[in-house]
Write a protein that binds this ligand. Structure first.
Ligand SMILES: [Zn+2]
Length: 149
């Protein structure tokens, strides 16, 4: 059972991880929205609801909150879980979750593929399928960048 106090704690504990979970400037925007929720909501219940809305507005932070509040994972353990990609059964080892982003250059929606069976989602804003982003393998990027919509 998630209590408002737990949600407030989540809002504080997620702060150091926002820059890992979200791209710039989304991490700063979310930090500001969390501050606003903590400082301006009328009571604990309103603060809690406002924080859950903010955290649910992006997939990586929604998943972080779920792992923290429902699975009761300690904050320090959550980023590795989100980043960890479980290969198909039979393959040994784990590798970092590939990160996908919206191909629209101005869009900062990101998504981590944690299981090979996960379907690559469409950007919730632009409705186009997200593309794999990799610092080490730029050839994974599409040869022709998608035009801004
Ligand atoms: Zn997009």
């Amino acid at each position: 059972m998630t209590s408002p106090a737990d949600v407030l704690q989540a809002a504080r504990e997620i702060r150091p991880y926002l820059s890992e979970l979200l791209t710039h400037p989304d991490a700063e925007i979310m930090a500001q929205r969390l501050d606003l929720s903590l400082n301006t909501a009328a009571d604990l219940e309103a603060q809690s609801n406002s924080i859950l809305n903010v955290l649910s507005s992006a997939e990586p932070t929604r998943e972080w909150a779920r792992l923290y509040l429902e699975d009761r994972q300690p904050a320090a353990a959550i980023l590795p879980i989100i980043r960890t990609y479980q290969p198909l059964p039979g393959k040994a080892g784990v590798v970092a979750s590939p990160r996908y982003r919206c191909p629209v250059a101005s869009c900062h929606q990101v998504w981590y593929r944690r299981q090979a069976s996960d379907k690559i989602p469409d950007c919730p804003i632009h409705g186009v399928q997200m593309v794999r982003e990799s610092k080490t393998a730029p050839h994974d990027r599409p040869a022709t960048p998608a035009a801004d919509l």
